[in-house]
Design a protein around this ligand. Sequence first.
Ligand SMILES: *Cc1c(COP(=O)(O)O)cnc(C)c1O
Length: 441
Amino acid sequence: MKYYNLKENDEQVSFAQAVKQGLGKNQGLFFPTAIPKFDNIEELLALPLVERSVKIMQPFVGEDLNTSQLTDIITDAFNFPALLQPISPERAVLELFHGPTLAFKDFGARFMAKCLQVFIAKDTKASGKTKPLTILTATSGDTGAAVAHAFHGIDNIRVVIMYPKGKISLLQEKMFTTLGGNIETLAIDGDFDDCQTLVKQSFDDKELANIIGLNSANSINISRLIAQVCYYFEAVAQLSRVKSDLSNIVFSIPSGNFGNLTAGLFAKAMGLPIKRFIAATNMNDTVPRYLETGQWTVNKTVATISNAMDVSNPNNWPRVEHMLKSGIVDQGCVSSVSIDEEQTQSAIIQLSKLGYITEPHAAIAYKALQYSAEEGEFGIFLGTAHPAKFKEVVESILGQPISLPKELAACVGEPILSEDLSANFSDLRSYLLSRSTRTVA
Ligand SMILES: *Cc1c(COP(=O)(O)O)cnc(C)c1O
């Protein structure tokens, strides 16, 4: 399988190259030249998660990983479950937060880290020397933790994570700023879009990119998305054990950078029975406005209680748009709804009355289903993070204590190791270069 650049269509690379490079020329996103289509969906659904995921991903990785390498990587990366939990007769939540950092991003980040580890080892063996590799990533919360944990302790990879200072929860911050070693963290004086701009500017600076061996672990990296395809299959597999009619499944996806939606669209294009998608956003509603008016207008990002979705210029949108416009999926299969703060809170309360404790991101997806699911549709909303990651907010809405799982409890007492930095690219540039020779413990 080859990947081509959605902006500069002549640029075609292998899976390994797309993973190592992150972005193509002119900041174009890589996209598969063909999406594999399965006609034996039932057989696939009957398989256990790892075995099925190998079959799903094998065509995407092509010759760059053989089946035994891919099996090892997936076994290691997906060592926790995705659980479909019933909420009501027409609703279920797909809990994706049972990994080490309690968010769905563990699936993609762990798969990506393990792929890179294999590709770097291969390159080192071929050339006899190790090239520097710096993963520069911007996070509005959960990416940082997932990337930091996935890459912590991997030889020859330096990880630099930027986040908007004061705009993520203390627990979120503790989950990725306390590791040290090859994980460096920068508290940026700005918002998430500023952090994302800094990543783009770094990629544009060819000299810098070359010296430090720049890569990004944001959801622009195709490996993360391919890993995420697997849990849509897992959800439908679990549903198929209790429900025989699979013709009316709707996924509601709490969306920020629209990586999760992209992966869901891949799954649909591959033949998984998904009727349609609802992309639920918070008040950062560029996409719902765009689908309604046809105008792409980016407003200033506003801070919300679903802060991992505080994104006003979502970086995976070109992939979604391409799939809709080129007929890879049908145009009408994506709708989008914006949910405000009050509606988010009321959804958390409604769910708790149904006996389910959730957090703001999943609550938004649930609310979007309540607004736009039609009769006869079975709605699955994605549980993208564990409620304890948003402990303060959830406790204040529900007025009851949320206990910390052991993963969070472990890092709460550790000191934050971040450095503060302005949102000026020149400051970031000197930071990256001044440390580029630093040896990793
Ligand atoms: C990252 C994140 C999202 C948004 O996912 P995208 O793939 O960027 O749209 C939603 N919820 C949580 C908890 C997240 O961490």
